[in-house]
Design a protein around this ligand. Structure first.
Ligand code: THU
Length: 132
């Protein structure tokens, strides 16, 4: 897996973010096991609660196209200050939603930390996920 490429795809996705309320724009790039990439961005709503996170937009696009096997997701995001040292980790809701579709001990979450693409397993970020 090319972590840098996945981060650059997430950056392209972020260009389409619709975040007029928070000003915090996020992009995600979800890599399938057979090498396809699905991009997602956050999409906010004036009534706030229907706002969509970038990761779940990417996942919904992929699942709705019949994808079932995922290898990794890259996430980039920041507020207007664009602090390059602050990585954008997925929120707890997105961690939980992803956990239902992947093997958490193998699936990688890629974020940019001080300009470098760093990856974690989903299980590291969400140990003991809820299982129905
Ligand atoms: N957001 C994401 O897109 N992904 C996350 O994992 C955390 C937060 C979005 C939601 C909202 O539009 C903005 O970032 C600020 O919370």
């Amino acid at each position: 897996m090319d972590k840098e490429l996945l981060i650059s795809e997430a950056k392209k996705a972020r260009e389409n973010a619709y975040a007029p309320y928070s000003g915090f724009t996020v992009g995600a790039a979800l890599l399938t096991k057979d090498g396809k990439i699905y991009r997602g961005c956050n999409i906010e709503s004036s009534v706030f609660s229907p706002s969509l996170c970038a990761e779940r937009v990417a996942l919904a696009k992929a699942i709705s196209e019949g994808e079932k096997e995922f290898e990794a997701i890259a996430i980039v995001g920041a507020n207007a200050n664009e602090d390059p040292t602050a990585p954008c980790f997925p929120c707890g809701v997105c961690r939980q939603v992803l956990s239902e579709h992947v093997d958490g001990s193998a699936f990688r979450v890629v974020v940019e930390e001080e300009g470098k693409a760093i990856s974690y397993t989903l299980a590291e970020l969400l140990p003991k996920a809820f299982v129905f």
